[in-house]
Design a protein around this ligand. Structure first.
Ligand code: SAM
Length: 419
């Protein structure tokens, strides 16, 4: 019986990892185009990955053979990358040069996508453009209700990014590049670039801003989904003239292959990419410095000025958070400093060892932490009660709901660690 259960579990896990090959005419056309164009430029198109549909992540890449550490996943010839050079050599690039503009690589690539999209089948890039998503679940598309249901820090993060995007759009409009660009079209292109581009260092150009946003689009390769645990070696190989990705993880035949977009928490993944990971080890509940000070004042601690000096001098006000592991190191130390009496404050450095200062200090520092946590737990619950029933939640609302539930778990666990 036990054995049967385990086998079934393993089979189910395997099924979740294995995908169904996507056989849309657009995907077939893209694969043929990659093969044909690679050969044309003297490259042999040899890719063991195959665009497939997976129940947990949607469209992604499945490997048709077992992969070992160091195996090449995909190699895209330079001629099939959309870089800022590609843009500057195109019609829109001509206008940008003619007007002597200086734009970011995200603006340039977005303008290029819009230009090529408007050409339809006449565009060289048509096979690529036709597999791009029609819309995104990222910040540019959050509804007013989704914004309202977002935890305040996530909302602020999204709002900052919306401001940046609107500014980028305004700059493009103000440069009067000719055709009218609708905001919603710009948003579509902006997010294609935001969620699909790779880091690519182009040769500097007077028409490209040196703002560290060195981006390029890599057709086909951008069908790879993210997993926090995926380890890869990725980059442009000068010698071979290709953008290459090698896996540092082994994969079984027919399983989904992942890359890592970075060590991002779910706020970042949702805002920038429109998805969240069910168990994201980078998730924490960030705690505001002011909330900790307020909690300390509520339990009547003294010598606040001196304590704030100590905290600032040693950067203890940074990285204040709690997670499934409890209070972050700095938050723990900060509550201990705030709980010190005058005599303890003279030897405040002793707390750096992590040893509790005194029974009195420990009790008071826990009380400060509890006060902050009570407030956060309450705020979190208030927000959770505002959600509509599960069946009428949008995809984004479902992700927000699960973020809040995870935060509730982190807050509760931290609460038990300080009581
Ligand atoms: C570079 S694309 C990857 C391919 C994409 N799934 C597609 O079908 O075109 C990035 C987008 O894929 C999706 N994605 C990537 N990793 C994911 C994951 N682990 N779970 C769910 N969606 C994911 C998100 O929509 C993200 O914006």
């Amino acid at each position: 019986m036990h054995h049967y259960g385990r086998t079934k579990r393993i089979r189910r896990r395997k099924q979740a990892n294995t995908g169904k090959i996507v056989i849309s005419k657009e995907i077939i056309a893209l694969s043929r185009w990659m093969k044909y164009e690679s050969r044309k430029h003297g490259f042999r198109w040899k890719c063991h990955l195959c665009p497939s549909h997976f129940s947990e992540t949607g469209r992604g890449m499945m490997t048709k053979q077992t992969l070992s550490c160091g195996d090449l996943l995909v190699s895209i010839p330079k001629q099939l990358l959309i870089t800022v050079e590609t843009v500057l050599m195109s019609a829109i690039g001509g206008k940008i040069k003619g007007k002597n503009l200086k734009l970011s690589s995200q603006q340039l690539l977005s303008l290029f996508l819009l230009q090529e999209k408007s050409k339809g089948v006449k565009s060289f890039w048509f096979p690529y453009i036709s597999v791009l998503p029609k819309s995104h679940d990222t910040y540019g598309h959050f509804s007013a209700r989704e914004m309202y249901l977002s935890p305040p820090k996530l909302r602020a993060q999204a709002q900052r990014r919306i401001t940046d995007m609107k500014q980028a759009y305004r700059e493009v409009l103000d440069s009067s590049l000719g055709e009218e660009i609708l905001y919603e079209d710009f948003v579509w292109a902006w997010f294609c670039v935001n969620s699909r581009s790779v880091y690519y260092r182009s040769a500097g150009s007077e028409f490209v801003r040196e703002d560290g946003n060195n981006l390029a689009l890599a057709p086909y390769l951008d069908l790879l989904n993210h997993s926090g645990g995926a380890q890869v070696e990725a980059g442009y190989n000068e010698r071979r003239g290709c953008y290459e990705i090698r896996t540092l993880n082994p994969y079984r035949k027919y399983n989904q292959v992942f890359i890592s977009y970075g060590n991002h928490d779910n706020y970042h993944l949702l805002v920038e990419y429109g998805f969240t990971l069910p168990e994201n080890p980078n998730d924490v509940v960030q705690v505001d410095y002011d909330d900790v000070l307020e909690a300390a004042e509520a339990v009547f601690v003294s010598n606040m000025e001196k304590k704030q000096e100590v905290i600032a001098q040693h950067n203890l006000h940074r990285k204040l958070a709690c997670s499934l592991e409890g209070l972050s190191w700095n938050l723990l130390l900060m509550t201990r400093v705030l709980a010190m009496d005058w005599a303890e404050l003279q030897h405040w450095k002793s707390i750096m060892t992590g040893v509790p200062v005194s029974d009195r200090n420990e009790a008071l520092s826990r009380q400060i932490a509890q006060t902050v946590l009570t407030k956060y737990i309450q705020q979190n619950r208030d927000l959770i009660t505002k959600f509509p029933e599960q069946k009428s939640q949008s995809a984004v609302e479902k992700m927000l709901f699960s973020i809040l539930q995870t935060e509730e778990r982190m807050l509760q666990l931290t609460w038990s660690s300080v009581t």
